[in-house]
Design a protein around this ligand. Sequence first.
Ligand code: MG
Length: 253
Amino acid sequence: MPTKQVELKGPRELEAMRAAGRIAAEVLAYLRSQVRPGACASDLDRMAREEILRRGATPAFLGYRGFPAAVCVSVNCEVVHGIPSAQKIFRSGDIVSLDFGVLYEGYYGDTALSVGVGEVPVEVRRLMEVTEEALQKAISVSYPGNRLGDIGHIIQGCAHRAGLSVVRDFVGHGIGRNLHEEPQVLNYGAQGTGLRLVEGMVLAIEPMFNLGTSEVAVLEDGWTVVTCDGRPSAHFEHTVAITEQGPEVLTKI
Ligand code: MG
């Protein structure tokens, strides 16, 4: 049984979260279009701040537990929480993961994607495709009556069938008036287990798959999570509302 309270959202709250999600999706689409050889991560961070503020929202990650930027930019073996810098310059063949959140009229939206820079090795392209597909499949089972374990199980299955590993140290989460709420949304699990999904839950579902080992470590900067074998990682995330009619992706691009 869950020991902590999951906050359910009513129609009015969901409407506010749609607005936050839409802003996050628009900004992410724009940032993705700016990833190219020679561009640098701090340029993306500047654009993220501008685009978020221009839409009347606030960058949710900036200052969160002291995070120094509006967007996490994680390159190649960096899994999540990469800090943007002018030294982080994209080269053809890189995989770049962008993750950020916005706060709009009291509610959060959270979304992420990975994108290849120029010509990307076929195995890295497949890593991205399978991770995105796992997110889509997880969304497709996010119906009232199903369980959190169904989400984890389908994500894990996608990775394993493709010979990829699942990052277990970082997980998805509930979202609403807080960036991170109950419940935790694991990227692994057993079918038919865990908390039952009910109408009004809003979940940030975010599979992270690695080409090599599932083991990760945090760098000395206290933020950047990297794979322990230095091989590439991919990350896709949507904010998803559980409705009577089924899953509603609030951060759809
Ligand atoms: Mg998240």
